[in-house]
Design a protein around this ligand. Structure first.
Ligand code: 13P
Length: 251
C-alpha cells in the first residue's frame, strides 16, 4: 500500500508573529510538494498561519486539545476551536504533555475521539524513556501506549502515529535505523492486528526525535517510516526544507 508521506513540524512553545516569515518562506520554497507538509504552531499563531497557508499546499495543526468541546476549562483549547481557527490536524499525547501535564494514555484517547469528532486528524505520539529502553521494555511500553491511546474509530485518514523516543527529543541523539525499523514494524503489525489490513496498512507512521537535514535521508529509508515529526529543525525554513526534500526523494 502506498501511503502519502508527511513532513510535520512541531513548533512547541516557540514563535511570535515574527515567525510567520518562516512559514511564508516555507510556502514559497515548496509550491508543488510531492509530500504533505504540516506546521503546528503555538495556538496564538493558528489563525494567521492558517490564513497564510490557505491557498498553499501546507496544512496547519494544533499541539493539543481538550477532550471536551466546550466548558469551564481555563487555559485549554478544544478540538472544534482548532477546526474553527483553520487547523486540520492536532498533535496529541506528546511526551512533553504526558510528562509536564500528567496526561495518561486514556486521556490521550479521549482527546483523539474529540479531535475525530471535530474532523481533525490526530497525530498520536508514543515513545519510551531512556530507562525503559535500557531495561529492554521499549516494545512493551509502545504496545501499552498504542492500545490505550488510539481509539477504536481510527482510520487511515483520521489518525497518524508518531514514534518519538523521549531520549531522542531535543537531545541530538537518534536511535539507529535498525531501532527505528524495529519499533515502526512493531507498530504496523499491531495496527494490522487490531484494525485489519486496510486501516492498519494505511495509517501513516512518523518518526520524531532530533531529525535534522543531516540524518533525515537515512531515517526515511526505513520501510515503515512515512515521514517525520520535527521539533527544533522545523522552526527555520532553511532547516526544514532539506528535510522535506529528503522525504520527497525517499519515495
Ligand atoms: P526535536 O526535533 O527538537 O528533537 O523534537 C522532536 C519532537 O518532539 C517533535 O514533536
Amino acid at each position: 500500500m502506498s501511503r502519502r508521506k508527511l513532513a510535520a513540524g512541531n513548533w512547541k512553545m516557540n514563535g511570535t508573529r515574527a515567525a510567520l516569515s518562516e512559514l511564508q518562506a516555507l510556502v514559497s520554497a515548496h509550491p508543488d510538494p510531492s509530500v504533505d507538509i504540516l506546521i503546528c504552531p503555538p495556538s496564538t499563531l493558528l489563525r494567521d498561519a492558517a490564513a497564510l497557508a490557505d491557498t498553499a499546499p501546507l496544512d496547519i495543526g494544533g499541539q493539543d486539545c481538550h477532550s471536551e468541546a466546550t466548558g469551564a476549562h481555563t487555559g485549554d483549547i478544544s478540538a472544534p476551536m482548532l477546526t474553527d481557527a483553520g487547523a486540520t490536524h492536532v498533535i496529541l499525547g506528546h511526551s512533553e504533555r504526558r510528562e509536564n501535564h500528567n496526561e495518561s494514555s486514556e486521556l490521550v484517547r479521549a482527546k483523539a475521539r474529540a479531535a475525530h469528532a471535530a474532523g481533525l486528524t490526530a497525530i498520536i505520539c508514543l515513545g519510551e524513556s531512556l530507562s525503559e529502553r535500557e531495561a529492554a521494555n521499549t516494545l512493551d511500553i509502545i504496545a501499552g501506549q498504542l492500545s490505550s491511546s488510539v481509539p477504536d474509530a481510527t482510520t487511515a485518514v483520521n489518525t497518524v502515529i508518531a514514534y518519538e523516543p523521549i531520549w531522542a527529543i531535543g537531545t541530538g541523539l537518534t536511535p539507529t535505523v535498525a531501532q527505528i525499523d524495529e519499533v515502526h514494524d512493531f507498530i504496523r503489525t499491531r495496527l494490522i492486528t487490531r484494525f485489519g489490513p486496510d486501516i492498519g496498512n494505511g495509517v501513516r507512521l512518523l518518526y520524531g526525535g532530533s531529525v535534522k537535514p543531516s540524518n533525515a535521508a537515512e531515517i526515511f529509508e526505513t520501510d515503515n517510516v512515512d515521514g517525520a515529526l520535527v521539533g527544533g529543525a522545523s522552526l527555520k525554513q532553511s532547516d526544514f526544507s532539506p528535510i522535506i526534500k529528503a522525504l520527497e526523494e525517499s519515495a
